[in-house]
Design a protein around this ligand. Sequence first.
Ligand SMILES: Cc1cc2nc3c(=O)[nH]c(=O)nc-3n(C[C@H](O)[C@H](O)[C@H](O)COP(=O)(O)O)c2cc1C
Length: 336
Amino acid sequence: MTAPSAPPPAASVSMAVRIGSLELRNPILTASGTYGLGYEFARLADLSKIGGVVGKTVTMTPRIGNPPPRTFETAGGMLNSIGLMNPGWDGFVRDTLPRIRELPCPFILNVAGKSEDEFVELTRRAGELVGIAALELNLSCPNVAGGLDFSAKPELTERIVARCRAVYPLPIFAKLSPNVGDIVAIAQAAERGGADALSCVNTYLGTAIDWRRAKTIFPRGIAGLSGPAIKPMALLATMRVAAAVKIPVVGIGGIAKADDVLEYLVAGATAVQIGTACFWDPGHPVRLAADVETAVRTAGICDVQTLIGTVQPSPAPAANPAPAPGSCNVGGTNPR
Ligand SMILES: Cc1cc2nc3c(=O)[nH]c(=O)nc-3n(C[C@H](O)[C@H](O)[C@H](O)COP(=O)(O)O)c2cc1C
């Protein structure tokens, strides 16, 4: 019997994906808080080659962020406790927006309110700006007091998203926390509220300790874990959420290589965001976009969208045949 031959490479590949009314040239976005507001990197990387940039969270008033240290390397990842440092709404509109308008890719504005009303007001203001392609609601920041509350209760998530939906004409992504009992219930609440997409997920709560001083590394005690260390958990969250909603899911967590991106797509993500890997090299998202296209072409796939949500459980292995009389016992039937 001959082994099945690999499909021939595809002659042309469509990498475009769609989230609501937003068309992305490919599924690679940068993740909030890891790529500034995009324009800082425009001289270092050809941003016309990625799907888009998600900006660092903007809040109503300026925030100086948490006291140092703010980052700490861990096995396979990093902890951060930045505390949403940003210039506030007025500073963003005055100093940053004009530069964002020059980006060669869509810019998705990420906002966080201190209260439900503040989320709605930030969203309403975002709707008046020219140059923003979509909005991401950061319902899930672990590094500010109360930051997690908005994605911990389905009723609150649904109400905030619905109120924001009512005042904003463009796509809304609701960014979910993995630090909840049932992320699927929160995802469904955001969908009911009218979100166009779910960004899945923010960082996992973690800590680091200096045992000699018997002190936590971070003054707040807790921080958010990101990077390859969280990929299996974030991939599972993405797969579960994607199976439970009809709107697109944007997978986030530990994505570093083309295979990671493709695993997320097969798990049900329509697009992905690259976070911690941007710290290794600001050109990483651009290279990843090229690598993903090469992998898709080589697999003989003409349209990347055909991969989305195709995952199936692996078939269970065939039961061990009964050992022949007198033979040694191998595999799972060892009588010891
Ligand atoms: C240093 C740092 C700062 C971050 N700041 C934000 C932020 O301001 N807003 C937000 O929604 N997510 C923020 N995140 C979370 C990322 O957008 C992303 O959800 C998370 O890091 C998981 O992706 P990754 O494993 O690819 O890094 C931050 C992450 C890091 C590492």
